[in-house]
Write a protein that binds this ligand. Sequence first.
Ligand code: NAD
Ligand code: ZN
Length: 346
Amino acid sequence: MQGKMKALVKTEPAPGLTMKEVDIPAIGPDDALVKVKATSICGTDYHIYAWDESFQERIKPPLIAGHEFSGEVLEVGENVDIVKPGDMVSAETHIVCHTCHQCRTGQMHTCINTTIIGVDVDGCFAEYVSIPAYNLWVNDPGLDLSVASAMEPLGNAVQTALAGPVAAQSIAVTGAGPIGLMCIPLLKMCGAQKIIVTEVNAYRLNLARKLGADIAINPAEEDPVAIAKEATGGLGVDGVLEMSGAPAAIDQGVKMLRPGGRMSALGVPSKRGVTLDFGDDIVFPAITIEGIAGRKMWETWYQTDGLLKAGLDISPILTHEMPMEDFERGMELMASGDCGKVVLIP
Ligand code: NAD
Ligand code: ZN
C-alpha cells in the first residue's frame, strides 16, 4: 500500500521522539502490513525515548519506536498463508533467524540472531507496521484492542509465572510494574494460595492491593523478608517472580524463598553486578533461579491466549489510554511510575 502515515520517530541520537509523516512501509514476500489499532508503551520504549546510555549503541536513527501492538492485517506478501487480510492480530516482537542452534532446537525465544521491532527495525508507534507474518498471533475478533496490544508483556508474565508450580503455592512478586501487576490476576486464576507483592511506588502498590494481592509491602518501609516468612509459618514462600530488576529486591527474593523454592527472574538489572549470598541463600537452601527471556514461541502464546479465553482480566492494569499525539504525556507517566500500562491510539 502506498501513501503516508503518522509515526513516532527517533530522528537523531538524542532524547525524545518526533511525530512525523513517513512512507507507509513496504512489505516483503513473507511479511504482513498491519493497521495498528492500539500500541502500549514498554519500559524499553521509555528508555529509547529518554535516550538512556544502555540503548545508545544499539539504536540507529532514524527508527520508528514501539513494539507492543494490536491491529488488523491489511495486506500480505506472496508467500504468506498463515494470516489473511481482516485478521485481528497481536505480535511476537522478537524476529528470529530460524537457522541458529537455538532456533533449530526449539528455543527460538533465545535465538542468538534476534532482532526486535522498534529497537533494531522500524516498530509500531505508527499507523501501519510491516512485520514477518510468522510473528503474528491471530486473536478472537472480539478481544479488546488495548488488551490485545499488551499480549506481548502479558506473555512475559505468563512465561515467568508458569515456569514453576502455582496452584496451592505461596508466591511473592517482587516489583509491581505492569508485568508484575499482570501476574496477580494470573496467579489468582491459576490457584495460588497466597500472593505477596513488593513495590516501592505507592500508586502501583495500591493497584496491586486492588487486584487482589494478599499482602502488599513497600520495602522502603517494611521488611519484606520478615513479613513473607511470618505469612508462611516461618518457612518462606514456594516461589518468587522477580519483576523489578532491582538488586535489593533480587536479594530479598532469594531470602524470602523456602528451601527448594524457585525464583523465576524476568527483571533486568540496569547495571552489571548483583550481590547475593551464594552459599547461604542459594546453595544450601537448594533453591532454583531460572532466567526468563521473552515468550516461548509459541507455547507461551497458546497459554496466554488460553488464559484470556478462560477469563483472565488484565484491563484494570491498562490504566491510561490516549491518542498517539499525546505520547509525551504517556512518557511522563512512565517516568513517574504512577501508571499501569499506557496505551496509545494511532
Ligand atoms: P517496570 O520497570 O515498570 O517495573 C519494575 C517495578 O519494580 C517498578 O514498578 C519499580 O517501582 C519496582 N521496583 C524498583 N525497585 C524495587 C524494589 N527494591 N523492590 C520492589 N520493587 C521495586 O517494568 P515492567 O515493564 O513491569 O517489567 C518488569 C521487569 O522485567 C523490568 O526489569 C523489565 O526490564 C523486565 N523485562 C524483561 C523481559 C525479559 O525478556 N527478560 C521482558 C520484558 C521486561
Ligand atoms: Zn535463531
